[in-house]
Design a protein around this ligand. Structure first.
Ligand code: PBG
Length: 328
């Protein structure tokens, strides 16, 4: 160092203005998608395992949508907590054009037309067994029969006004079927964000509480969601979903899979999104609660990491907090 005093990398870090000037990656509210849980009735239902996050009735959902718009968040993602009486083996409530999800989509698009609405295509909030698709007698989730139902579900959501349909089920071939059906059904501009590399993860627990599927789920989802050991397979999943017509792809969960994000981005140069999932949110909240870390710092640092890895945006329950911190 004394030999090369010109080579001081700390020089550009010495002041706040200079650090800002040299930042290679920038996080803004426009990078955020806010997942919201919808419930019947008009109350607020806090979710114990997801402190600070609630399910909202339609009135509350519209308020959250207005809040998102005011904060500069471009898009919200909707997940319904279907009443138990409407859950069935075949999840047929998913196809009801007047279901909770469709009413929420319409309410938001009526009140805040310029806010993007992303919808979840999968059957787990509607089935009595908690799986994302139709199961046979042995409990195996049937691929092609499920993909056909999901195609109908995507059409129902598009007709209600969804801007982006996001299949989170991991059935093979469903992106192509959905793309074809959207084109045929005059929804050519409805986007598909494919949950392309979705792993069978231990980080989804609080989400399953939120949509009411935790207690119902029989077994696990390892026959359709990916093995956390695999990375090459994620590239094959992404390649297939893109070939079938996905507009963007998602990696999920987020932080434990940053390597996958980097590889997908460098291999395909397409819009990549990360889902910082419920268990990741809960981990940050737990750390903040015991004083192990500062919540605001942890939130912004983890979200910036997704941008640095190459993401176009991030689905995160911390979206409103992050947008506020970013000074929207
Ligand atoms: C299921 C679905 C899951 C999440 C989104 N869609 C959970 C699962 O696969 O069981 C998880 C999101 C989160 O944990 O925040 N279709």
């Amino acid at each position: 160092m004394t030999q090369y005093p010109a080579l001081r990398l700390r020089r550009t870090r010495a002041s706040a203005w200079s650090r800002r000037l040299h930042a290679e990656t920038v996080l803004t509210p426009a990078d955020l998608i806010w997942p919201l849980f919808v419930t019947e009735g008009d109350g607020e239902e806090p979710i114990a395992s997801l402190p600070g996050v609630s399910r909202w009735g339609l009135g509350g959902i519209v308020e959250r949508a207005r809040e998102a718009a005011a904060l500069g968040i471009p898009c919200v993602a909707l997940f319904p907590n279907t009443p138990a009486s409407l859950r069935s083996d075949d999840g047929r409530e998913a196809l009801n054009p007047d279901n909770l999800m469709c009413r929420a989509i319409k309410a938001i698009k009526d009140a805040v037309p310029d806010l993007g609405v992303l919808t979840d295509v999968a059957l787990d909030p509607y089935t009595s067994h908690g799986h994302d698709g139709l199961v046979d007698a042995a409990g195996y989730v049937l691929n092609d029969a499920t993909a056909a139902v999901l195609t109908e579900q995507a059409l129902v959501q598009a007709a209600a006004g969804a801007d982006i349909v996001a299949p989170s089920d991991m059935m093979d071939g469903r992106i192509g079927l959905i793309r074809e059906a959207l084109e045929a059904g005059s929804h050519a501009n409805v986007q598909i964000m494919a949950y392309a590399a979705k792993y069978a993860s231990g980080f989804y627990g609080p989400f399953r509480d939120a949509v009411g599927s935790r207690g119902l789920l029989k077994g696990d989802k390892k026959t359709y969601q990916m093995d956390p050991a695999n990375a090459e397979e994620a590239l094959r999943e992404v390649a297939l979903d893109l070939a079938e017509g996905a507009d963007s792809v998602m990696v999920k969960p987020g932080l434990p899979y940053l390597d996958i994000i980097v590889r997908v981005k460098s291999e395909f140069q397409v819009p990549v999104f990360a889902y910082q999932v419920s268990g990741e949110y809960a981990m940050i909240e737990a750390a903040a609660a015991v004083g192990a870390g500062d919540r605001d710092t942890l939130v912004l640092e983890t979200l910036l990491a997704f941008k640095r890895a190459g993401c176009s945006g991030v689905l995160t329950y911390h979206a409103p907090l992050a947008a506020r911190l970013l000074g929207a």
